[in-house]
Design a protein around this ligand. Structure first.
Ligand code: 5GP
Ligand code: MG
Ligand code: MG
Length: 183
């Protein structure tokens, strides 16, 4: 299915099929690293909601799900402020194996902030899984345990990733044309 909105993209980095194939492998990697234990998945929304939905439906382990809301972008294509956690996790994570799921790892500030906050709650372990990694943009030392794809320093949208809350529903991931990078 071609979305008309795809004309707003300069190029498609990953098709829906390529994403689904990689998500399937990532779910297997989660199963292997969790060795049969129950996993508490914390999805960093809004960006990670689509990825999380597809990922968890392929994880054949006991699993609990909660979300945490983080924001650092506003309506820009670069972070405008330090990540704010606008909400927190309600599930008890003490003694649990936690898997933090995010759409993209960029400066590293968001995942580092969320992981630090999780670690204060004495979980058994905290692992991180991101679909995309913009390695060149890291501002703090942070590596995810599981990475779907490493990408260049370009602003991408689709499959949960937005520009001003738009394009999240595209099934593919692509680079937004410059002329569409204003509200
Ligand atoms: P970090 O805190 O690592 O700089 O940024 C992580 C968050 O910034 C991601 O969860 C995502 O919401 C947003 N972000 C970073 N790069 C991009 C991008 O290329 N496109 C979009 N749509 N969001 C991005
Ligand atoms: Mg995000
Ligand atoms: Mg965003």
């Amino acid at each position: 299915m071609e979305f008309d909105l795809q004309k707003d993209l300069k190029s498609v980095l990953f098709s829906a099929e390529e994403i689904q194939a990689r998500v399937k492998q990532l779910a297997q990697e989660v199963e292997e690293t969790c060795a049969g234990d129950e996993v508490t998945v914390i999805s960093i929304i809004n960006g990670a909601m689509i990825f999380t939905a597809d990922l968890i439906r392929r994880i054949r382990l006991p699993l609990r799900l909660d979300c945490i809301r983080a924001s650092s972008y506003g309506d820009e294509t670069r972070p405008t402020h330090a990540p704010k956690l606008l909400d927190s996790v309600r599930l008890d994570v003490e003694g649990r194996h936690v898997l933090l799921v995010d759409d993209i790892l960029d400066t590293g500030n968001t995942l580092k902030t969320v992981r630090d906050e999780m670690l204060e709650r004495n979980p058994a372990s905290v692992r991180t899984c991101v679909l995309l990694d913009k390695k060149a943009r890291r501002a703090v030392e942070f590596e995810a345990d599981l990475v779907g794809f490493v990408i260049p320093d370009e602003f991408v949208v689709g499959y949960g990733l937005d520009f001003a809350e738009r394009y999240r529903h595209l099934p593919c991931i692509g680079i937004l044309k410059e002329e569409n990078q204003s509200v």
